[in-house]
Structures are given as structure tokens and as C-alpha cells.
Ligand binder design. Structure first.
Ligand SMILES: [Zn+2]
Ligand SMILES: [Zn+2]
Length: 465
């Protein structure tokens, strides 16, 4: 097959300089097949059928026998009609001539027409899509089965985006996590041009893995898969698109794409309520900038404030900070001139942590932390918490580490601010930890452990992180 001729590309070495980037050769074989696919030919009924539902046109023939439908289609590729089932009156069958036989599909309508997952505005569109799919999947079955084996993903996409990010990354320093376990060599040598192009500055890279957020997508006009470089066939729902970075791939290719989503700031609309890893990847930071900025502001002017984190600021003002972050991102002004009361900033930080779709201590690990707090003695408790911390996603771990170091410093001013690890544990327990299923009883039962986990993390921040 002609289109497999450039598969050797994936074996070649990729230049680490984005300037040398060569666009891939899109594979046109499946596109050509789609052009060749039979077109729909509507077989109309000469009489006006009284039983015709208003959402069908003249292709509706009423309750005709299956054999008569075959005769009407006359073996013409792409010919189709709709008949009412004799066995189950009120149900409808799409009879479609393809591959020298008549295919019968139970046809549904609920505002849109469908026989399977895809939903169509018109029966004509449904048949067009069915013919493309049948034609390509019959003719190129073997090709499709193999199309993902030599992906040219590493050569693809994002080059312009990459260049922007290069400048951005180079100008930004970051603290390195103390543990090397989060940065295995495997991840560094991921065969992606996006990564390999950044080889010169490994210390500036953000190694957090993030899975793509794929959603079924209808592409207008011809589109090619950015994983296998093949055409995405069909009339609608031809593939999936990542809502965070815009990567377009076949549904079957989406399962093979590595967890290397680099969210595009233009697609990430919000700061609050945005997934933690998505946010830090979009902004190329180690931690969410809300956390860094609020903590810096509090350390600048709020450490001696009585009841810090316990006393709440005006909720309208906290809401105002949230809106400002969502609108201005890292350019937001949270200085004393904008918000004189430090409790507003502390409240905004707590709100940010509480509104995360996945809490800092993730749902997955929630019960592990609760169990850890129930360990019989002090030493095993710490060990179990440490063990659990190591399993947190890197962005979550980094955020928690930074926050705990800050809270530890807050407790050093206990004489002035009256806050110690225990009452900070009460404040931050439910903020950082939420059970996967909201259940009033579980929440109540776990409160002690939530408090204890946070208290211990503050007290032993130096050994735990
Ligand atoms: Zn993505
Ligand atoms: Zn593909």
C-alpha cells in the first residue's frame, strides 16, 4: 500500500533543534479511499405513504417485505430506503446496498437519526457516513489494524507552540523536587520532539505527566491524525480532540498517545477549579501560581496576624480574588493596596485548595492517608504517611510540600498569631482531604484523622518531605 512508504520516518533520529523541524508527510491513502466510497442513492417511494413519520422523506416505503426492498435497491452500491418492520410495526429499518448485498439496520430517531453511537441531522448524512466507514473498514481493514504500529507522533505538531514555550521556560527558574523518583530517565528520554527539543535545559523542564483529556470531535473539512498521520475518515465524530491541548487523533490512536499533554493556556479558561496538574502544565510552573503568590503575600505581611487561616475574610472579597485570578492569572494584584486584610488572601488560598476538582490529597489516596493516621504508634504513623505521600502525583506532592513548609513557618509565630500545628490541622484537614464519596457520616468519622494527618505533616515537614 502506497501510504506506508514513509513509515521509516519514525525510525530516524529527531533533531533536537526545533528550527530543523520538518513537517511530516501526511498519509493520504485513507483520504483517497474516502473519496472513492460509494455515494448515497435515495430510492424514493412513488406513493404518498400515510404511515410515514414526519422526520422521514420519500425514502420511506411503509411496510414492505424485505425481499421487495432488495428488489428496489437492485444491488446498486449506496442505494438505500427505509421500511417499517413487518414483525415489529412502529420500528424502522434502514436497508442499504453495499458490497453486493443488502444490509439492514434498525433505525432510531430521538431528534437525531442513529443506528449506532453516532447521531446525525439527516438520514442522508447517516448513510454517507455509513458508506465511508463500511468502504474504508472493508477495503483497508489490514491497513487500519497496522496504522498505529509506526506512529510518527514524535515528529508532529505543536512546533509553534513549542517555540513560545521555549522562551518562556528558559526565562523561568524552578526549584527541583528533592526526590529523584519523580523524574525517571524514561520520562526524560520520551521520544517526543517537544521534549527532545528541550534537551539543553533539563533542569528547567516540568516533568509532570498529564494524561490528555480526549473528547469525541467532529472535524470540519479533512483532518489527519496527529499520532499515526493517517486521515480521519467519516462525516462526523471522525476522531477525538484533547480539550486541554488540542491534539487531534483517531479514537484507537488515543489509547496509545503517551501522557504528555501540554495544556494550551488559550484552552484553560480558569485558574480556580482547574485540575492542579493541568494548571501547572499550562503555566509551566512547579506549583499553581495561586499557592505561590498567596503564600508569598502572607509571608510578607501576615505571619503575625492573629488567627491566620482561622479568621475568615469577607467572602465577597475572597470571591473577588478568585475572579481576579481567573481573569488575570499571574498578573493579578493581591498586594496590600488591593486587599488590605490578609485574611482575604488566606481565605482565597483555602478556597483555591477546597475547589480543586481533585483535592491535593487525591481521592485515590484518601483512605490510605486516613488509615495511616490510625496506625498504632507515632513511628508507624509517620512511616505510613510518608509512604502515602510518595504516591501522590508530582504536582500535588510539590504543592503539599511547599504548603507544609509555609505552615510550619506560620507555627513559629504562634505567640503572635495563636496558630499551631493542631489548629492548622483542623483548618486544612478538610481543605486538603475529601473522601471520594461525599457521605456525611464518613466525613464526620474521618475529621479526627484528617486533622491529625495535616498536623503531623506540619510538625514533621522536615523529615516527611
Ligand atoms: Zn492534551
Ligand atoms: Zn491515528
Amino acid at each position: 500500500m502506497a501510504a506506508s512508504s514513509n513509515s521509516s520516518l519514525s525510525g530516524s533520529s529527531v533533531s533536537s533543534d526545533p528550527e530543523d523541524y520538518q513537517p511530516p508527510i501526511w498519509k493520504s491513502y485513507l483520504y483517497q479511499l474516502q473519496q472513492e466510497a460509494p455515494r448515497p442513492k435515495r430510492i424514493t417511494c412513488p406513493q404518498e405513504m400515510e404511515s410515514r413519520p414526519k422526520y422521514y422523506g420519500r425514502e420511506f416505503h411503509g411496510m414492505i417485505p424485505r425481499e421487495y426492498a432488495d428488489e428496489l435497491l437492485a444491488g446498486t452500491e449506496g442505494a438505500y430506503l427505509i421500511r417499517e418492520s413487518q414483525r415489529q410495526p412502529g420500528t424502522h429499518t434502514l436497508a442499504l446496498s453495499f458490497g453486493h448485498q443488502t444490509l439492514n439496520y434498525r433505525l432510531f430517531y430521538d431528534g437525531k437519526h442513529f443506528v449506532g453511537e453516532k447521531r446525525f441531522e439527516s438520514v442522508h448524512d447517516l448513510v454517507t457516513d455509513a458508506l465511508i466507514t463500511l468502504y474504508i473498514e472493508t477495503k483497508a481493514a489490514e491497513y487500519i489494524a497496522k496504522m498505529t504500529t509506526n506512529p510518527i507522533y514524535e515528529h508532529l505538531g505543536y512546533t509553534s507552540l513549542l517555540k513560545d514555550k521555549m522562551v518562556h521556560r528558559l526565562s523561568r527558574g524552578r526549584t527541583e523536587p528533592r526526590r529523584v523518583t519523580f523524574q525517571t530517565d524514561e520520562k526524560i528520554s520520551s521520544p517526543l520532539v517537544r521534549r527532545s527539543a528541550l534537551k539543553d535545559t533539563p533542569e528547567k523542564q516540568c516533568f509532570y505527566e498529564k494524561i490528555h483529556n480526549f473528547k469525541v470531535h467532529t472535524f470540519r473539512g479533512p483532518h489527519w491524525c496527529e499520532y499515526c498521520a493517517n486521515f480521519m475518515w467519516g462525516l462526523i465524530a471522525q476522531g477525538v480532540r484533547c480539550s486541554d491541548c488540542g491534539l487531534n487523533v483517531h479514537k484507537q490512536c488515543s489509547k496509545l498517545v503517551p501522557s504528555d499533554c501540554q495544556p494550551d493556556l488559550r484552552r484553560i479558561k480558569k485558574v480556580f477549579s482547574c485540575d492542579l496538574t493541568t494548571l501547572v502544565k499550562a503555566h509551566n510552573t512547579t506549583r499553581p501560581m495561586v499557592v505561590d503568590m498567596c503564600i508569598q503575600e502572607i509571608e510578607l505581611r501576615g505571619m503575625k496576624s492573629e488567627g491566620l487561616y482561622r479568621v475568615s475574610g469577607f467572602s465577597e472579597h475572597i470571591e473577588d480574588v478568585r475572579l481576579a485570578f481567573d481573569r488575570d492569572g499571574e498578573k493579578v494584584d493581591i498586594s496590600a493596596s488591593a486587599y488590605a486584610d490578609i485574611n482575604i488572601i488566606a481565605g482565597a488560598l483555602k478556597l483555591y485548595l477546597r475547589d480543586l476538582p481533585i483535592p491535593v490529597i487525591t481521592f485515590d489516596l484518601y483512605s490510605k492517608f486516613i488509615q495511616a493516621a490510625k496506625s498504632p504508634n507515632a513511628e508507624s504513623r509517620l512511616e505510613a504517611i510518608h509512604e502515602s505521600l510518595l504516591q501522590l502525583p508530582p504536582a500535588h506532592y510539590e504543592t503539599l510540600r511547599y504548603l507544609m513548609a509555609h505552615l510550619k513557618r506560620v507555627t513559629m509565630f504562634e505567640k503572635e498569631n495563636l496558630m499551631n500545628a493542631e489548629n492548622l490541622g483542623i483548618v486544612f484537614g478538610p481543605t486538603l482531604m475529601q473522601p471520594p464519596e461525599l457521605n456525611a457520616l464518613t466525613t464526620l468519622n474521618d475529621m479526627r484523622q484528617q486533622k491529625l494527618v495535616v498536623q503531623l505533616m506540619i510538625e514533621h515537614e522536615d523529615v516527611l518531605f
